[in-house]
Ligand binder design. Sequence first.
Ligand code: PRP
Ligand code: URA
Length: 205
Amino acid sequence: MVHVIDHPIVQNELTILRNVATKSFNFRKSLKKITTFLLYEMMRNTRTTRMEVETSLGKSEGLVMDEIIFITVLRAGIPMLETALDIFPNAQGGFVGIKRDKESLYPIVYFVNLPNVTGDAFFLDPMVATAGTVVKAIKILCERGCKPKGIVSIISSRKAVEILTEKYPSVDIVTAAVDEKLNKNGYIVPGLGDCGDRYYGSEIG
Ligand code: PRP
Ligand code: URA
């Protein structure tokens, strides 16, 4: 199921990210901020274990979040993973390196480094365009015995949402926006441009 987060804090950050005039320094800050709030929504129903905690004045009921795995894609997903690992104490992180063939847009896997554990896994990718990258990443996770539970993206295309909800009905998608179009180069329109280039300041012009 797709969850589009329309909270003003999220939409304010999305607007900063979409704005072509936003320079890398502020783009980086907004990407991490929006990721924090998208993760907050994604983790609403995460598994927890009840525990008792001792306060200075007595006992209280509490909980700890169970272990989770966050996987991201090089390179634009790196700040999303860093944000997740800052927030969740019992999380482990992994990477997949996937690039799209420029002509066919077919995803090519060139690197995989996943934690040596199985469990609930969440895939973090700022831009889900054709969905080829996410589908490939989920396949890799399943082969390693992980259970894909969710996809956190900043912008997803309508086509990607249709593909993912059909293919993985039990995997939740949390996103700040679903944009209607893809251009011939596989970029989301209106989108926010090339996320990795804008984050790392490597865009041309
Ligand atoms: C982006 C994005 C996804 C992929 C989406 O990465 O982070 O991984 O494209 O495409 P898909 O849904 O059509 O497969 P990009 O190719 O811009 O690489 P970068 O992070 O190195 O800039
Ligand atoms: N990668 C990006 O950075 N942006 C898009 O719109 C699609 C893929």
